[in-house]
Design a protein around this ligand. Sequence first.
Ligand SMILES: Nc1nc2c(ncn2[C@@H]2O[C@H](COP(=O)(O)OP(=O)(O)OP(=O)(O)O)[C@@H](O)[C@H]2O)c(=O)[nH]1
Ligand SMILES: [Mg+2]
Length: 278
Amino acid sequence: MSSPPIQWYPGHIAKAEKALLEQLKRVDVVLEVRDARIPLSTHHPQVDQWIGEKGRILVMNRMDMIPVKAKEQWTEWFRERGEEPLFTDAQHGKGIEAIAKAAQSAGVSMNQRRLDRGMLIRPVRAVVIGFPNVGKSALINRLLKKRVVESARRAGVTRQLRWVRISDQIELLDAPGVLPNKLTDQDAAIKLAICDDIGEAAYDNQRVASELIELVKSTSALEARYGLEIGDLTGESYLKALAEAKYKNDVERTARQILTDFRKGNLGAIALEMPPEC
Ligand SMILES: Nc1nc2c(ncn2[C@@H]2O[C@H](COP(=O)(O)OP(=O)(O)OP(=O)(O)O)[C@@H](O)[C@H]2O)c(=O)[nH]1
Ligand SMILES: [Mg+2]
């Protein structure tokens, strides 16, 4: 389809990135939060460089939105690469304890190094980094067991960096979502749009919904939800057929409906990305 490439790099994100880089100097551990539905597309290319020698905790949030099987395959894939992904569901408070523990133990080794150098111990300072809307603030609220930072169903909710004290041992910095200033991989950009991780002004709903249909075509999710079989229709034709059958031929409304249904989990648990060799 011939719509312009998806690009989204609003001013507040550029500013946020600058402020984040400033604060990074003060941070011991980075919690890198990704969207479990698209673990590769929510990998920020610069994050490894930002983390440098700091500790890293790899968080796969929204685990409730993918099948258990996908979670297992991703765990295996990351382990083969020497990484240990911690899956969470910040919406319902699952997997949070493991994150707190990992941050705490990073603090223990940090303080041991301080003691060795004759310095006083202090709480570990961690920052939550990730694409917009992956659930960073929700995760912080869960770690704190109360709602202290704003978290909502939109990309770009957190605008300011904000330190919160999780316990005597952990201080956590909530940061606004960051993303590369240029989305060179357009397949990834489409998935970010599908998952609501970029602002909606950046893309065409009908195109993105068509791509979503293509991606979930092999599951029975569409038929189960809308009662319309996909057969060998393309995403675009299915969208039109569904508009005709159920939405008074309003293709735009149909596209929005499908996207909303996917984002709310009404299509069921679906992994939009699987480990490359699976
Ligand atoms: N189903 C599900 N929803 C989640 C999960 N984590 C967060 N959410 C929801 O996703 C939306 C975005 O969460 P936020 O915490 O605002 O995300 P954020 O990463 O802080 O977003 P920005 O501040 O915009 O960068 C909210 O509506 C959350 O309730 C999860 O694990 N599962
Ligand atoms: Mg936030």
